[in-house]
Design a protein around this ligand. Structure first.
Ligand code: CTP
Length: 393
C-alpha cells in the first residue's frame, strides 16, 4: 500500500534499515522503517488514512509514525531532496537523496533499501556493499569519524556483532578502539548510556556482548560504579536460563529482562550507593522501586531456604508484593532445590486460583462492612492457595 500511495503522490518510497537487514538474515522483525523521497509526512498521513491507522508527525525531524489498528508501528522518514540544486536531473537527484540518507547511518548492513513503488517493487538498492557484508558477517562503518560523531555506535556495533555472531571488521574495530581511547563514550549523557545499556540487556542473550564490553574497556563508561570483577558472572549467566524457564511457565507474567541484570549488577552496592545510582540514571518509577526492593531479596531467599516448611499461603505473605523481576532474582538467589520448588509451586497455584467471593457477597450475607471483610477474603484466598478449598466447578 505504501508503494501505491507514493505512486499517487509521485514520490518514491523505500523500506530500509533493520527490517531489510533481518529479512536477509531470515530473522523476524516487526519494526518497519520507510524512507520517502518527497514528503514523508504527507505519505504517512495518506497511508494511515487508507489503512485505518493513526499518524503522529514530528516536524523538527520531518518524520512521522503510523500506528496500524493491529499495533504495528511504521516509521516514515523524509530523505533530503535537492531539487533546487539540480533541477535538470531529477531522477539522479532522487537517487542520491536516498544515498545520502543511507550514508548517514551506522553500519553498511543497515544501509540496504527495498523499493516499494509498483513497477519497482522489491528492487534492492545497495549503495555501500551492505549485502556482501551481511553475507560475510561484517560490521563496517561508512565513514571514519562515525564513532566520533555518534559514540553510541560503539555499543551498537558490539550489540549487532554478538546478536548475529558477526565480526566487527578490522578497520572499523580500529576506529572503535581509537574512539574508546579518546574517551568518546564519556561525552554521552547518563540518559543515552542507559538507553543503550537497556538495548544490550534486552538482547536474547546479552552475556557475550557484556563480555566484549568488558574486554574492550567500555565497561567503565557503561556502569563505572560497578566493579566488573566483583560481579557474580555465574548469576548473570543463569539469568537467560531462568528467564527462559519463567517464560515457558508463566508467559502471562511480563518481565523487563534488563531490570533483572541491573538488579544483579547492583547487588554489590551499599544502600547509599544504590541511591546515588538512582540519582544518576533516569530510571522510571517502576524500575526505581524494583531496584530498591531488590536490596532485601538475598535475605528473603535465605529466609525461605532456611525454613523446613512453608505453605503457599505462608509464601504469599512473604512475597505477594514482590515484582516479577525480583521474583526471578529471588529464584536466582535460592540455592536450595526444595525451596526453589516451593516458590515455583506457589507461583503456579497463584496463577490458577481465583476467588469467586467478593465484598458484595459478604454484604448480602448481612455482614457489616469493615476490616473484617479483608480478613475474611484473605483467609478464603489462603485456604484456596493451600488447596484446602477448591474452585467451584
Ligand atoms: N542508526 C544510526 N545510528 C544510531 C542509531 C540508529 O545510524 N546511533 C540507524 C541505523 O542504521 C538503523 C536505523 O537508524 O538501521 C534505525 O535504528 P534502530 O531502530 O535503533 O535500529 P535497528 O537497526 O532496527 O535495530 P534493532 O534490530 O536493534 O531494533
Amino acid at each position: 500500500t505504501a508503494g501505491e500511495v507514493a505512486q499517487d503522490l509521485k514520490e518514491v518510497v523505500y523500506c530500509v534499515g533493520g527490517f531489510v537487514r533481518d529479512l536477509f538474515l531470515k530473522v523476524p522483525n516487526f519494526d518497519m522503517d520507510l524512507v520517502v523521497e518527497g514528503d514523508g509526512q504527507k505519505l504517512a498521513t495518506e497511508l494511515a488514512e487508507r489503512l485505518g491507522g493513526k499518524v503522529r508527525v514530528h516536524d523538527r525531524f520531518r518524520t512521522a509514525v503510523v500506528t496500524l489498528p493491529d499495533g504495528t508501528k511504521i516509521d516514515v522518514a523524509t530523505a533530503r531532496t535537492e531539487y533546487y540544486e539540480y533541477p535538470a536531473a531529477l531522477p539522479k537527484v532522487e537517487k542520491s537523496s536516498l544515498k545520502e540518507d543511507m550514508y548517514r547511518r551506522d553500519f553498511t548492513i543497515n544501509t540496504l533499501a527495498i523499493c516499494l513503488n509498483p513497477g519497482h517493487f522489491g528492487d534492492l538498492i545497495d549503495y555501500f556493499g551492505g549485502r556482501k557484508d551481511l553475507m560475510n558477517g561484517s560490521i563496517r562503518i561508512l565513514y571514519n569519524f562515525s564513532f566520533v560523531e555518534d559514540p553510541t555506535r560503539i555499543l551498537r556495533a558490539i550489540r549487532f556483532e554478538q546478536r548475529y555472531r558477526f565480526t566487527i571488521e578490522a578497520d572499523t574495530l580500529r576506529f572503535a578502539r581509537d574512539a574508546i581511547e579518546r574517551r568518546m563514550l564519556g561525552r554521552l549523557s547518563y540518559k543515552r548510556i542507559l538507553a543503550e545499556l537497556i538495548l544490550i540487556l534486552n538482547e536474547k542473550d546479552p552475556v557475550p556482548a557484556l563480555e566484549r564490553i568488558r574486554g574492550t574497556g567500555v565497561w567503565k563508561y557503561l556502569l563505572p560504579e560497578i566493579d566488573v570483577d566483583d560481579v557474580s558472572w555465574k548469576t548473570i549467566k543463569r539469568v537467560p536460563v531462568v528467564m527462559g524457564w519463567w517464560e515457558e511457565q508463566y508467559y502471562s507474567r511480563k518481565i523487563k529482562p534488563w531490570l533483572i541484570y541491573i538488579v544483579v549488577f547492583f547487588a554489590q552496592l551499599s544502600f547509599e550507593q544504590v541511591e546515588a545510582e538512582m540519582q544518576r540514571y533516569p530510571f522510571d518509577r517502576y524500575a526505581k522501586g524494583c531496584i530498591m526492593d531488590s536490596l532485601g531479596i538475598p535475605a528473603l531467599a535465605e529466609d525461605i531456604s532456611r525454613r523446613s516448611y512453608l505453605s503457599p499461603s505462608d509464601l504469599d505473605k512473604m512475597i505477594a508484593s514482590v515484582t516479577n523481576e525480583n521474583l526471578i532474582y529471588l529464584l536466582l538467589c535460592i540455592k536450595d532445590e526444595e525451596a526453589w520448588d516451593r516458590v515455583a509451586r506457589y507461583l503456579d497455584l497463584k496463577d490458577k486460583i481465583e476467588l469467586e467471593v467478593n465484598g458484595y457477597d459478604l454484604l448480602e450475607l448481612g455482614l457489616k462492612p469493615g476490616p473484617i471483610f479483608k480478613e475474611i477474603l484473605d483467609e478464603l484466598y489462603y485456604l484456596k492457595l493451600d488447596e484446602k478449598i477448591h474452585n467451584y466447578e
